[in-house]
Design a protein around this ligand. Structure first.
Ligand code: PMP
Ligand code: GLU
Length: 427
């Protein structure tokens, strides 16, 4: 065996071992020592896959990471400057639990400017990222056994946060043939006397699909008949929309007083690490979220809050540049994936994800590895193509894989060349 072949085999063994360890890491916890509440939670597969890519890269593997959903752009300069200025001005103390008043007013201004909706600052609660805002709302409203309806594909953390609240996730499936969007009829059929909330994202993670105004209006008409349901509308990808104006279900007057809008600066302003998200909703809910957050994390970072004001009401031109680039990448990724035999892809009008259906490869093998599921396919592609993606199973989308195209067009081309090569070896 010559040296090259030895190192090639060693490399493969290492990658398989590491890839497998992502899923095993969760179970290394001493099960008897952690709470039952934690035992039932799954690890966040988006974060686990991103961590795995970093580890493999640091060991010298040329991994293209299409797993994590975060803009690859840096935070615009004027926002960074506002953060630096906040430090100089000594905004380094505890902030009010729901956020500084000027940030909450900036959010109110933004809601009026972008959606024409009127809110007051006391209806806003700023948190450490939109993820915490979702947690605040669910923990503040869901009692054990309450049902939370969730269209699938859903974002990976939704079912886990519902579990933390001891609620029961009721999944309503929407496949690629219906553009991954549920109908009003499906929603109606899922509602029971125990339904407490409905949780969805539009633009969606993981599909990039957007509910149109008329589709939202049909869903709103169903909610009108069920006044006990709180609608949690995750609009974190609001800015990343390639087709038109953002549509929020909040626009429908009869249900407006029971919509909790979730948003933040992470995606639109390329500020994922600053950790600022917010909830805008009925006053009673804002007070409840504030009470919870007051015992849990207090106010979010003072510096990041001040920087977020510059993002939300400052110069918006950087967003347009980022969105134009995301759109070119969307076009590229869809064109290239559509040319791979066996891959069926959607054409997402928003966010930076595409969710191709890869069921055609399930049951196939390259002669060594049998692909029994979409998770096996993700591991095979990590192993064979050195491209990291996330299994659809993490998002309630069996048969699919999620690709985040928040990387350069050069990387996208290189990744899809490698994916196409590895898939062509599956017979
Ligand atoms: N909702 C969705 C749909 C997301 O994709 C994310 C990803 N980060 C979040 C919420 C959480 O955002 P944040 O980084 O602000 O916590
Ligand atoms: N929301 C992003 C994603 O889905 C970031 C990771 C996370 O917060 O789960 O990839």
């Amino acid at each position: 065996m010559n040296f090259n072949l030895c190192s090639f085999i060693a490399t493969k063994v290492k990658i398989v071992t590491l890839a497998t360890s992502i899923f095993k890491a969760t179970y290394k916890m001493k099960v008897d020592q952690v709470s039952k509440r934690l035992q039932v939670l799954a690890i966040s597969e988006t974060l686990a896959m991103a961590q795995k890519s970093r580890e493999l890269r640091s060991q010298g593997f040329d991994i293209i990471d299409l797993s994590l959903g975060e803009p690859d752009f840096n935070t615009p300069e004027h926002i960074k400057e506002a953060g630096v200025e906040a430090i100089r001005q000594n905004f380094t103390h505890y902030s009010p639990v729901p956020g500084y008043l000027d940030l909450r007013q900036a959010i109110v201004t933004k809601m009026k400017r972008d959606s024409g909706l009127d809110f007051t600052a006391d209806q806003v609660v700023v948190s450490n990222g939109a993820k915490q805002s979702i947690g605040n709302v669910l923990l503040s409203t869901v009692d054990p056994g309450d049902e939370v309806i969730m269209p699938a594909p859903y974002w990976v953390s939704y079912p886990e946060i519902i579990k933390m609240a001891e609620g029961k996730a009721v999944v309503v499936n929407a496949g690629i043939e219906q553009n991954f969007k549920i109908t009003a009829g499906q929603l109606e059929a899922a509602i029971t006397p125990k339904t407490r909330a409905f949780l969805f994202s539009s633009p969606s993670n993981p599909t990039g699909e957007i509910y149109s105004r008329s589709e939202l209006s049909e869903l709103a008409a169903v909610f009108e008949k069920h006044p006990q349901i709180l609608i949690i509308s995750d609009e974190i990808y609001e800015c990343i929309n390639y087709d038109g104006k953002h549509q929020s279900i909040t626009q429908f007057e009869p249900i407006r007083d029971r919509v909790a809008i979730i948003n933040g600066v992470s995606k639109g302003y390329a500020m994922t690490g600053w950790r600022i998200g917010y909830m805008v909703g009925p006053l009673w809910l804002a007070i409840a979220c504030q009470k919870l957050q007051g015992h849990y994390t207090s106010g979010a970072s003072s510096i990041a809050q001040k920087a977020s004001i510059a993002g939300l009401i400052g110069d918006q031109s950087a967003i347009k540049i980022m969105v134009a680039e995301f759109k070119s990448r969307r076009d590229l990724v869809v064109k290239r994936l559509s040319a791979i035999p066996g891959v069926r892809t959607n054409n997402p009008p928003g966010a930076f994800y595409v969710l191709p259906d890869v069921t055609a490869f399930i049951g196939k093998s390259d002669g060594q590895t049998l692909i029994a599921s979409e998770t096996d396919l993700v591991l095979y592609l990590l192993h064979e193509a050195h491209v990291a993606m996330v299994s659809g199973s993490a998002f309630g989308a069996p048969g699919c894989i999620r690709i985040s195209f928040s990387t350069s067009q050069e990387n996208i081309n290189k990744a899809i060349d490698r994916i196409a090569g590895a898939l062509s070896r599956l017979k």
